[in-house]
Design a protein around this ligand. Sequence first.
Ligand code: NCD
Ligand code: ZN
Length: 429
Amino acid sequence: MLWIKNGRLVDPKSQTDRVCDICIERDRIAGIFSPGGADQKHREEDRMIDAQGLVVAPGMIDVHVHFREPGFTYKEDIETGAAAAAAGGYTTVICMANTKPVVDNEETLSYLRERAKDMPVHVLNTAAITKGFKGEELTDMIGLKALGAVGFTDDGVPIKDTAIVMEAMKMAKALNVPLSFHEEDPALIGSFGVNQGPVSAAVGVEGAPAVAEDVLVARDCALALSTGAEIDIQHISSGTSVAIVRAMKALGKNIHAEATPQHFSLTEEAVLEKGTLARVNPPLRTEADRLAIIEGLKDDTIDYIATDHAPHSREEKEKDMKSAPSGMIGLETALALGITHLVKPGHLSLSHFLEKLTVNPAALYHLDAGHVAVGGKADLVIFSEDETWTVGESFKSKASNSPFIGDTLQGKVKFTICDGKIVYSDGKF
Ligand code: NCD
Ligand code: ZN
């Protein structure tokens, strides 16, 4: 058995926030006791983690990662992606389908389900909404769901044809699976990855305006209201989009949205300082947008914090602003960015912040995860809320394309436990 002694258990689902001792047997939580329980009940052969002064929370769930397998394993593969997740405090991640080939067929999905088996954390897969991400014809959503796809998305490529989105939503509703959407209408975009305005002008690209996101957010929320499908508006970056989602959510509870640490921590100014490392789709925008995202997190317009962990190689990111790919890694810095930029300044309580990384994403994807209960799964993160550290250049991820390198952040993962096993510890154990 494994004991976690004297930790502050913060479990948003049960609204628990108290110091206790937790006992884990195999892959389950066998007991939660008042402090002192571990000393009384533990046996000689049990392992013990001293969590005095640390927070114990449900293992985090990321609804949006790119693990690049198959096709782009020079950027990341499932092993390195899963190791990065464990180091970040995540025990469940949901992979996007923009691999090569895209996950639009049974063979690719079966391969990925097989690969996920021996990983330190739970690696789940979405499949594509449209064949080849072309936005023309739906995939065999019934067959792909039966093979284990937990949801569907063409993330990375917005779907232009409204009728196709409508058809996909009707199918998703019938199958009781969520759809997630990358909202940027290419018709309104000069170039991807940098907000259109003074910053795009300064770096010599045409840029992507917020309105390109807003129009598709409005369209897809309207379609979700009409069809009843559960949808997730991905990586919301525009303040107007936050307002649209807020208004639409008042009309239907099947509309959800995610925000990334980069969009609540940074503004477009980062592009001037960090270059292509800050190029991301949708782009980092203005301070007003950033504050609107924080408001959206506070009033639960935004349900999830998702990393959009998007690894790229050094060579790719060393290209100029026009040709470097968009995206940044995020798994290993998300918890600290949230604590530093949301919890410590008083925008969200620790429990409210963790809600968006645990119980809320578990509900969207119908997962038995994201809470701590006797008899439940032993998927946990143990972290210090106060310890400061400086983001270095070496990551468990194969990639290091992070604009946060060099930043000093508060909040440090100490242990990640998945299925009752310690899959990450920041020191010797
Ligand atoms: C993502 C990637 O690299 O796969 N990049 C990004 O900038 N977010 C794709 C995407 O979601 O656009
Ligand atoms: Zn995307």
